[in-house]
Write a protein that binds this ligand. Structure first.
Ligand code: SAH
Length: 467
């Protein structure tokens, strides 16, 4: 970030604009939204500027800028649309102590003016450091459509009520009050009674909140999907947006954590597969202790919370502590992995069942019904299967599986660094060890990448393919 965004207090302060053409007009239209004292120096001012001066909206000096004109100015705009004249006036303004912007000259400007979405007192400023004005305009358009015009009125009236809301304890309770006002009560009151209905509505709402029963804490077990933030469900996004506390696992990507509410307490309960782990009992206590304080806890688990996620243990801890809980399903790694290779988990005439198995359980390498899996056409999604690969390979071959059975390992499914390793049961090891995968990987037993996908996928290495 080369430009640090701030909102500057300009009420009653001087802003000087040099220039009277289109560039100056564009800046003046923005500046006139403020209560700054605006002076324009222009030998040939546009008629609008003359008219604004006549109406007392600004002071016009109908001549070129000269030394002394920028004294005591907070901001200065060189908007002459003439590089030599801009450089001359900018040098004067510099000497006289103003912060200088030269229109369409990023390199010589001390500050830049962002694109603005105005719902005063809510103001959104969009800047691209000059890199992509088209993008800034597109974002502005999108926000203009998203932010209802009543927002400004709600915020303005809300501001006058802030002192009264201090009757509510600081933190979650006040936040709940304002969320209720901005998203429910406020818009409803505006619709039925207009602006004058807002103040009575605020009083009634405050009375409700002051006398409300103490907030009950609750826990949402939320599936965060395989890593791509676009694979979050809308419910998961909402939960992240509302949470007071987010307790997340090691596999949750930073892009997803970014979506949590700014003020949310973020707690890492990362359990390294084989390394130092936070004991399950400690995680349970963390969840229930926070919920018992009346907070909304989001327990964020990778993929789907119900798949190899130790969900039951945490639910039982909630039940034992008398804490309300619910589950928000997510997209499990197997779904993302199979999508990435263009196959389906089940297929008419091939397999009418699919197994989700783990390479590991509490006792070590996990045992399964290998004889059943070894039959032709079987498909299994193997979680936590990297270290157990040789064990799984050995068991399946021992039970008569065809060594030519396709096996595909998908590392970092759905993420930008996704890799696909297509091999066969006979060659699974040492191919997997040699590939040196370090991210989470899902093994699809019985499935090869669809040929068309294999040809298209640049991350896919043909020499590793045995299809
Ligand atoms: N609840 C999760 C699974 C947790 S177990 C889910 O539904 O996906 C952790 C295992 O999930 C990892 O060892 C790996 O096998 C698999 N996994 C999770 N995210 C993955 C991803 N993005 N790509 C490939 N495998 C993944």
């Amino acid at each position: 970030m080369k430009h640090f965004p701030i909102f500057m207090a300009v009420d009653g302060r001087r802003i000087v604009v040099s220039g009277g053409g289109d560039a100056a007009l564009a800046k003046l239209r923005l500046l006139m939204k403020t209560k700054a004292r605006i002076t324009v120096c222009a030998a040939t001012p546009a008629p609008e500027i003359t008219e604004w001066a006549a109406r007392g909206k600004l002071t016009l000096a109908p001549r070129a800028l000269k030394p002394g004109d920028a004294l005591c100015a907070t901001l200065f705009y060189a908007a002459n649309e003439d590089a030599a004249e801009d450089a001359r006036v900018a040098a004067i303004a510099h000497r006289e102590g103003a912060l200088v912007n030269i229109v369409d000259n990023l390199a010589d400007s001390q500050f830049i003016t962002p694109a603005i979405v105005d719902r005063d007192p809510v103001v959104v400023a969009i800047g691209t450091e000059g890199a992509a004005p088209v993008l800034a305009r597109a974002i502005k358009k999108e926000l203009e459509e998203k932010l209802p015009p009543v927002l400004g009125t709600l915020a303005r009236v809300g501001k006058t009520f802030r002192a009264k809301v201090e009757a509510l304890p600081f933190g979650a309770k006040r936040r709940a009050f304002w969320a209720d006002y901005y998203f429910n009560t406020g818009p409803r009151a505006m619709k039925t009674g207009g602006e004058t209905a807002l103040n009575p509505a605020l009083h009634a709402l405050l009375a409700d909140h002051l006398h409300a029963a103490p907030k009950q804490g609750r826990v949402e077990f939320v599936g965060a999907g395989p890593g791509d933030p676009e694979l979050l469900t809308l419910k998961a996004r909402r939960a992240l947006h509302d949470a007071d506390v987010v307790i997340y696992d090691r596999l949750i990507t930073p892009e997803i954590l970014e979506l949590a509410r700014r003020e949310a307490v973020m707690l890492d309960a990362g359990k390294e597969g084989f390394g130092k782990a936070m004991a399950q009992g400690d995680i349970n206590a963390l969840i229930t202790d926070h919920a018992a304080k009346g907070t909304h806890v989001v327990r964020l688990k990778s993929g789907d919370a119900t798949v190899f996620g130790r969900l039951d243990e945490e639910i039982e801890a909630c039940a034992a502590a008398g804490v309300a809980w619910s589950v928000v399903p997510g997209i499990t790694a197997a779904s993302a992995a199979v999508a990435s290779i263009g196959q389906s988990l089940t297929k008419r005439g091939r397999n009418g069942a699919v197994r989700f198995i783990t390479g590991h359980d509490m006792k070590g390498f996990a045992d399964h019904d290998w004889a059943a899996l070894a039959c032709p056409g079987e498909v299994a999604a193997i979680y936590m299967g990297k270290r157990a690969a040789r064990f799984i390979q050995g068991r399946l071959l021992m039970h008569g599986a065809d060594p030519a059975t396709p096996v595909t390992v998908i590392e970092n499914a759905s993420r930008p660094d996704q890799r696909v390793l297509a091999t066969t049961l006979g060659e699974l090891e040492p191919t997997l060890t040699n590939a040196g995968l370090i991210g989470p990987a899902l093994t699809l037993f019985g499935l090869a990448p669809r040929a068309a996908i294999a040809r298209l996928d640049t991350a896919f290495h043909p020499q590793e393919a045995a299809i």
